[in-house]
Structure formats: C-alpha cells, structure tokens
Ligand binder design. Structure first.
Ligand SMILES: O=C(O)CCC(=O)C(=O)O
Ligand SMILES: [Fe+2]
Length: 347
C-alpha cells in the first residue's frame, strides 16, 4: 500500500525539547533559549517599493502573470480564488481557539516524538540551537484524533471546518498547479505524459495543513518566529491574519516583507516545484519575524503528489538539472539535511 504523507514524516524521532513549545502565557521576558544572536536583520531597503504581485485568478492574462511572478519571486498573492471568506475566517477562529487553550490542554494533543501531526514546535527546530517564538498544530487527513484530546465533547465543529478547508484548498491547489504547468508551457496534449501530473492519481495527494501561532513577543528584535526555510512540497497556499511578519529572501536584495493583502491568499513555490520546473522557478526561502503587540496566526496548506510519485524535471527540459526522486525519499532527505537536500539532487 502507498505510504501516506504522515507515514513519510514519521521516520525521524525527535527529542521532547524539539516538540514542546514555550508556555507563552506565563512568560514576560524573552528567555535565553529564545534569544537569537545570529539573526540577520538585513531588511531590503527597497522594502516599500518591492512588492509581491497580486494576481486575479480569473484575469485573462493569469498564465503570463503567474509565469512572471513565479520566475521572479516564486510567490504571489492570489485574489478571486473562490475560497469563501467565511470559511477562511472560521478556520482562523478555530486556530485562535486552539492556541488560546490552557497549555495543559494543548499538551494533550502533543505530536508524538516520531509522529507528524498534532501540537508542537516547527519540525525544522531540530536544526537550530535556539527556539522559535512559535507554536503550531499539524493536520494530515483527519484531525479527529488530536481534536478529541483538545475538546473531548465538542471536537466535531473543528474537524468539520478543517476537513472542508482542506478539501477546498486541495481543489484550488490543483487549479493553480494546472495554471503553473501552462505557465511552464506544458501543453494540454503532453500534460498526461508529464509524470502523470494531471492524472487522477496525482490528484489523490493528501496535503497537509499547518496552523501557526506567533504570540506577542516581549523582544521581537532578538527573537525569531519561524526560522528561514523553504517548503518541501509543490506549492503552499497561505492565509495570514492581518498581522505582518512573513518575509522572503531575494538574492542581492535581502529580506522583503510580505504584508497581508485583504482577501488574498499567498501562493508560494516549494522544493518539488523547483525540481519539476528544472530550477526555472525558485523555491521560496522565507521566515517569520515576531511582533510586539499583535498576535499573528497563519494557516498553511502544503500541496504535493502522493508520496510514491517520482519527482523529476518535466520532460520538456532536455538538460535536466536534478536527479529523479520519490517524494517519500525527498522528505527523508529533507528531514536529515534541511536546505542542503535540494543541492544533493543536483546533476
Ligand atoms: O506564518 C507564516 O506566514 C509562514 C508559515 C510557514 O512558512 C510554514 O508554515 O511553513
Ligand atoms: Fe513555510
């Protein structure tokens, strides 16, 4: 039987300090464990004039806009995406409710040391000696097992909303994927040959949902919300509440802020897209900086193919610059080498 996404993430066993978040409610000063001395604060001086494009999914020239945005930024804001605002608000409200629970309750839904889902710090924490000003909750498929621990008598509403959110995100992600393939000039006839990307089995991906919380931070200049990283799968669709914090790194420019755009979702390319586009589209190196007065929440939907799919540059690229890899093996490489995983596949 095919490996599920949560099984693919299950092969590393973490120490508890790389799972349990800080009890933010009881903290008034930044603890030493969360002080980052090496944080590179090189914000782009052109931050005000550089901005990530906003693309209307229904625009007549959407393909061209997506091509330009993906090439230059690996990212864009998407409007007219068809996801009801009420559903996004409902999901955000559930995330708020979850992270607002007393710490003892949240710890009942703690991710297990070898597990992939539940409450805990970011998976990338194991690569850093300092901790992040962040707590997360990961869902792959149904959230019921952990939701029952959080709300023994009223978990259904949370699960229904998360199921619905994931379902809608999955269809949107597929629509975006087709648009990106068009932007890569993969025509309709040869789409099916292209690693079966458009086949129903490719569509059977589970995806993963990540709820993120970045509480108000007593000393944001010395703390890190989420350390710099790239997302592993094909693409990510992100909702951010109306609180700044997300930044992306542009070579030769520095860190560029990605402030929330009302009603828009952020779409960013992940490592697998970098591979299939033969490095034409960058995988986005991004981070989150904390805020002193506002609590940031975000919801990231990670979209990828089934874990046994083979990922390789599209066959239209005659000189592939990456070796083929199954998603399962790529997840394993990334969990050992983080940002060094992609270069390991370079030809
Ligand atoms: O909170 C954010 O804006 C970013 C979240 C993120 O990068 C992630 O969950 O991988
Ligand atoms: Fe990310």
């Amino acid at each position: 039987m095919a490996t599920s996404l949560s099984e693919a993430y299950r092969d590393t066993t973490l120490q508890l300090k790389h799972i349990i978040p800080l009890d933010f409610d009881s903290i008034h000063d930044l603890p030493e464990s969360h002080v980052w001395t090496t944080k590179d604060n090189l914000l782009s001086e052109k931050g005000d004039i550089l901005s990530i494009p906003v693309i209307d999914l229904n625009a007549l020239n959407a393909t061209e806009l997506v091509r330009n945005a993906c090439q230059k930024w690996g990212m864009f804001h998407l409007i007219n995406h068809g996801i009801p605002l009420s559903l996004v608000e409902e999901a955000e409200e559930h995330a708020r409710r979850l992270f607002g629970l007393p710490v003892e309750r949240k710890l009942k839904a703690l991710r297990s040391p070898s597990g992939a889902t539940g409450y805990g710090v970011a998976r990338i924490s194991q690569f850093f000696s300092k901790s992040m000003w962040h707590e997360g909750f990961t869902i792959m498929g149904s959230a019921v097992e952990h939701a029952k621990e959080l709300w023994p008598d009223e978990y259904e509403e949370f699960c229904d909303t998360m199921d619905n959110y994931q379902k809608k995100m999955k269809s949107l992600a597929y629509e975006i994927l087709l648009l990106i393939l068009k932007a890569l000039e993969v025509d309709d006839q040869n789409q099916d040959q292209e690693m079966n990307i458009c086949s129903p089995s490719f569509y059977q991906s589970e995806g993963a949902l990540q709820l993120n919380s970045y509480p108000c931070c007593p000393n944001p200049n010395r703390a890190v919300g989420l350390a710099p990283h790239t997302d592993s799968l094909l693409l990510t669709i992100l909702h951010q509440n109306n609180t700044n914090g997300l930044q992306i790194f542009q070579e030769g420019v520095g860190w560029v802020p990605v402030p929330p755009v009302s009603g828009a979702l952020v779409v960013n390319m992940g490592d697998l897209m970098h591979i299939i586009s033969n490095a034409r589209f960058p995988t986005v190196y991004h981070r989150v900086v904390p805020n002193e007065t506002k609590h940031r929440f975000s919801i990231a939907y990670f979209y990828g193919p089934p874990t046994d799919s083979i990922i390789a540059p599209l066959s239209k690229f005659q000189i592939p610059c990456f070796r083929p890899v199954t998603l399962k093996d790529y997840i394993s490489l990334k969990s050992k080498h983080l940002e060094k995983a992609l270069p390991l596949l370079r030809i």
